[in-house]
Design a protein around this ligand. Structure first.
Ligand code: NAD
Length: 500
């Protein structure tokens, strides 16, 4: 007789303790490659839980902001070391809850490691400026100050990397945190919070509330004691978050959708361009904000590129990301699969040429998961919906172009502006493209993905609202400048008047 084992319930982390939700409800988190596998139960938080977490973070802020930054850094260094030790297990759990292949989930954990070390290093910098005053016997400088409780709302496609991109700069700057991870990938956020706690983050400094967007995310964005909101997700939800932040003029950083392009010129190294297109288009099953969902190919090499690219797409091994032979995992959930299926229909109806894929994968090893074939549409016009809208799945639209100017016009014709890439061996073309592509990131002879943690990350237009994550831009977001003047002349000195 089979014994029923109650599934593990993962709780919220509030004020240094793992606690139930006030709602008493929990929801299932299932493996997208095999929905028979229950990864765990997570509590369904409500505004009451968010309120408790925010109040704990506000209380903890009083002491945390006064801890010297190099001491805060010591905790982050320890956290980075724990992440290194646990990398393999964390990656496996991430593949189970998110579906992407193990090599990629290892990369996701590595990004968190890199960000944690990088921001720990900032603990001994956090530089301000000193500069001469225009008046005698007067000292002028600027220093960074922390802000308070930072609310963080994150998506499922980078379950540990994205929370780390927000938490580490916020923490090193002296802020406290309430994290609301995506409902599909709370386990990786749970692990990250566990690591920070073991590394010595004091009670209340980091808090986690799991649950869905309207019930747990929205109350966080609206909470009057949260002056900072850092959001990554879709443009439509980002707009709601911006509206929630506007009345109180909260600091609000939005990292949103993308419709990224690879341009392949007629002088490109085609082997390299095809490698890049396969990785850019189908890596993470196309579920990256930086995925290359459009490829603009010069007519001179169009036929050869398309033939070879389609061959490669067809040969990709789709399956469970835990299998070392798998090259592309499932989609995150049924809704995302439905979105992809509907865009395939839209593409066909718009007159794009379906060159491979276009179907859900069913039966056998695919029977219990959300699998879709790698899909390529050819002869796309840049104005088609499949070439304009974010699909967030393994669907690539190939667009023929006649020259570089046309390619750049096509690239810039979408509402988003995250990442763009050009394959060419002509240095002039490379520099023209680098100058004229209106995106936050440009790659030359590399695909649209591959961000490093010490360089700014973010996009233009409907991708972002002018902030940048990672690098020093993240510190800029999570701190306020305070300008300090110290007059040691012992007399009233009026700037712009007494020294004119
Ligand atoms: P999503 O917008 O559906 O959800 C993101 C987060 O917002 C989740 O935690 C969700 O629970 C929460 N949320 C939903 N409704 C909310 C509400 N009303 N108020 C507050 N929070 C709410 O996005 P997703 O499906 O998780 O992720 C995919 C999207 O994220 C894509 O558009 C992708 O391009 C984008 N993304 C962008 C970047 C970037 O850096 N630009 C990185 C990764 C993903």
């Amino acid at each position: 007789m089979a014994t029923a084992v109650a599934p593990r319930i993962f709780k919220n982390f509030i004020n240094g303790e793992w606690v139930e939700s006030r709602s008493g409800k929990a929801y299932e988190n299932r493996n997208p490659a095999n929905t028979d596998e229950l990864v765990g139960m997570f509590v369904a938080s409500t505004d009451e839980d968010v309120d408790l977490a925010v109040k704990a973070a506000q209380e903890a802020y009083k002491a945390w902001r006064l801890v010297p930054a190099p001491k805060r850094a010591e905790i982050l260094f320890r956290a980075a070391e724990l992440l290194v030790q646990r990398k393999e297990d964390l990656a496996k759990d991430m593949t189970r809850e998110m579906g992407k292949v193990l090599t990629e989930t290892r990369g996701d954990v590595q990004e968190a490691i890199d960000m944690t070390y990088y921001m720990a290093g900032e603990g001994r910098r956090l530089f301000g400026q000193t500069t001469p005053s225009e008046l005698p016997d007067k000292f002028a400088m600027s220093v960074r100050q922390s802000i308070g409780v930072c609310g963080m709302i994150t998506p499922w496609n980078f379950p540990m990397a994205i929370p780390s991109w927000k938490m580490m700069p916020a923490l090193i700057s002296g802020n406290t945190v309430v994290l609301k991870p995506a409902e599909d990938t709370p386990l990786s956020a749970y692990h990250l919070v566990q690591v920070l706690t073991e590394a010595g983050v004091p009670r209340g400094v980091v808090n986690l509330v799991s649950g869905d967007g309207p019930s747990a995310g929205a109350p966080l964005a609206h909470h009057e004691l949260v002056p900072v909101i850092s959001f990554t997700g879709s443009t439509s939800v980002g707009r709601m978050v911006a509206k929630a932040c506007a009345p109180d003029f909260k600091h609000c950083s939005l990292e949103m959708g993308g419709k990224n392009i690879i341009i392949v010129m007629d002088d490109a190294n085609l082997d390299l361009a095809i490698d890049g297109a396969v990785w850019g288009g189908f890596g993470t099953t196309g579920q990256r904000c930086t995925a290359a969902s459009r490829i603009a190919v010069h007519k001179g090499v169009y036929k050869e590129f398309v033939t070879r690219f389609v061959e490669r797409a067809k040969s990709l091994k789709v399956g469970d990301g835990l299998d070392p032979d798998t090259e592309m995992g499932p989609l995150i959930n049924e809704q995302q699969l439905d979105t992809v299926t509907s865009y395939v229909e839209i593409g066909k109806n718009e007159g794009a040429k379906l060159l491979t894929g276009g179907n859900r994968l069913r039966g056998g090893a695919y029977a219990k998961g959300w699998f879709h074939a790698p899909t390529v549409f050819g002869d796309c016009s840049p104005k088609m919906r499949i070439a304009q809208e974010e699909i967030f799945g393994p669907v690539v639209s190939v667009i023929p172009i006649a020259n570089l100017n046309e390619a750049i016009d096509v690239a810039n014709s979408v509402p988003y502006g995250l990442s763009a890439s050009i394959y060419t061996r002509d240095v002039n073309r490379a520099f023209h493209a680098t100058r004229d592509l209106y995106t936050g990131i440009v790659y030359v002879n590399a695909p649209t993905i591959g961000a490093e943690t010490h360089l700014p990350f973010g996009g233009t237009k409907h991708t972002g609202n002018g902030h940048r994550e990672a690098a020093i831009g993240a510190i800029d977001f999570f701190t306020e400048w305070k300008t300090v003047y110290i007059d040691y002349s012992d007399k009233l000195q009026r700037a712009q008047i007494d020294n004119a």
